[in-house]
Design a protein around this ligand. Structure first.
Ligand code: GLC
Length: 460
């Protein structure tokens, strides 16, 4: 376990490491190691010995994509510990290749739904579905930034990344359509987004649904959390999976919920492109063809998520074909995936500009000009920095460097004025949900270090 060697600073006392000029651009001269101490301390404080919890109490276990992003932050101050974060996560991989969304390493009665509800019969106990597969992209970034040590570490886990992707490709798209179907809103990582209201409509809550007591609302304001009606439906889907013995094919065919999520679709497409590059860098040439096939299929599948009526990528119910009609921060990941024609990309850039003009801090999780926008409720408006991280990379890769810069600046401003919160109000920047959050600290740390590297590059 890490030793916290300096006292924790409150998030709001954080020193400003950037000076913002009136036009929104940033002075980069103030980047120093001293400014990185707060995020480092937060991550160390959330370390539970080999894995990091998202935040104390509210999320007391290891979460899949949280650990991926957290590893990226840790990498900047401890390489071996960053790799341990990833290998401990992969240590919970199921025999069929799935990397579960939560790993319950020790029982914590303060969290619901815990291992007794999921009943996956795995060691260690885990939840029964996955989360956005960001790992290959994170690993590639660590290899690109790193040395032979990082290459060696990546080689050791490459086959596990392959089997994780193979699991996603075959179990979340068993018919080979190129469209990834998520079986629970929680699999999207955007748990309470209005996108899922479409699929949840047809989820019946059985009269004999298990009796349970929520824990989330005892840690966080109820107005920032899902409603009771939604929560019952979330639990009904879990109960279906548990009764189906977590047989993924059965759940995909007969389960109560199946939706296409632009977030998971684009993250998986990008992850496959990154896995392809990783395979080349690490000399896994036999795997290239299989990965290339996934890339081609997923690229085609993206077309099904294009909602022509609003000129944007949207979530879509696989059972009924019904589209969501809102542009979200997941829609904006189309840049990260490199998806779409020239015209589609222009349309997405137009939405990006419009949405950023309508709020003080991007990128909101729901269109602020849409009637269902709620600036403080979980995934129905607030900003998440992990999404900002991927969106900024995508925009930069697509030549939209002005928009990428705006997103990165908003990330700095949010953290430096409001602390390392779980998520933020896009209108006034208020930090919401849990505080001292690992992935928020990690993204900030990674972005600062990127900036340092870029500053050095330009002065050389
Ligand atoms: C919430 C988020 C999910 C995240 C988890 C832990 O459930 O919606 O994306 O992984 O919290 O931070």
């Amino acid at each position: 376990m890490f030793v916290v060697d300096t006292p924790l600073q409150g998030g709001n006392d954080m020193p400003q490491c950037f000076d913002f000029k009136a036009d929104g651009t940033v002075h980069r001269e103030h980047l120093t190691a001293e400014h990185q101490q707060t995020p480092i301390n937060i991550i160390k404080n959330n370390d539970r010995g080999g894995y990091t919890v998202p935040t104390n109490r509210l999320y007391p276990y290891q979460w899949n994509w949280d650990s991926g992003f957290t590893a990226l932050g840790i990498w900047h101050f401890s390489k071996w510990r960053a790799w341990l974060e990833i290998t401990s996560l992969l240590g919970a991989q199921w025999e069929d290749g799935m990397v579960p969304h939560i790993i319950f390493r020790r029982n914590d009665p303060d969290y619901f739904p815990g291992p007794d509800v999921w009943k996956t019969n795995t060691q260690p106990p885990t939840s029964g579905h996955s989360q956005p597969p960001v790992l290959a992209s994170i690993v590639l970034q660590m290899v690109r930034m790193g040395s032979n040590y990082d290459k060696k570490k990546a080689k050791q886990i490459f086959s596990r990344l392959m089997s994780y992707h193979r699991w996603f490709a075959t179990n979340r798209d068993p018919l080979g359509t190129g469209i990834i179907g998520i079986i629970h809103p929680w699999e999207s990582g955007r748990d309470n987004c209005p996108d899922w209201d479409i699929g949840l409509k047809s989820v019946d809550v059985p009269d004999d649904l298990m009796h349970y007591q929520r824990r989330d609302t005892s840690h966080v304001d109820v107005n920032q959390r899902p409603t009771q009606e939604q929560y019952d439906k979330f639990i009904a889907i879990v109960e279906f999976g548990q009764k189906a013995g977590w047989n993924h094919k059965l759940i995909h065919n007969d389960g109560p919920f199946l939706m296409a999520d632009p977030g998971v679709q684009f993250i998986f497409l990008r992850a496959n492109k990154d896995l392809f590059e990783l395979a080349q860098l690490l000399d896994f040439t036999d795997e290239l063809k299989e990965i290339q096939d996934w890339i081609e299929l997923l690229t085609k599948g993206c077309e099904w998520l294009w909602n022509d009526s609003i000129g944007s990528y949207c979530a879509r119910d696989i059972k009924s074909g019904t589209f969501s009609n809102a542009t979200t921060n997941a829609s904006m990941l189309s840049f990260f995936a490199g998806a779409g024609s020239k015209v589609q990309k222009e349309s997405m850039a137009h939405h990006c500009n419009r949405i950023l003009s309508a709020c003080s801090y991007g990128m909101p999780s729901w269109d602020p000009q849409h009637e269902e926008f709620e600036s403080k409720r979980y995934w129905r408006g607030p900003v998440w920095l992990v999404m900002n991280h991927m969106i900024a990379i995508g925009l930069q890769d697509s030549g939209e460097s002005g928009l990428a810069e705006r997103i990165r600046n908003d990330t700095y401003r949010l953290v430096e004025n409001n602390g390392m919160a779980e998520y933020f109000d896009p209108l006034d920047g208020t930090g919401l949900g849990g505080m001292n959050f690992s992935w928020t600290a990690a993204i900030y740390l990674n972005q600062c270090n990127d900036e340092v590297a870029n500053t050095l590059d330009t002065t050389q």
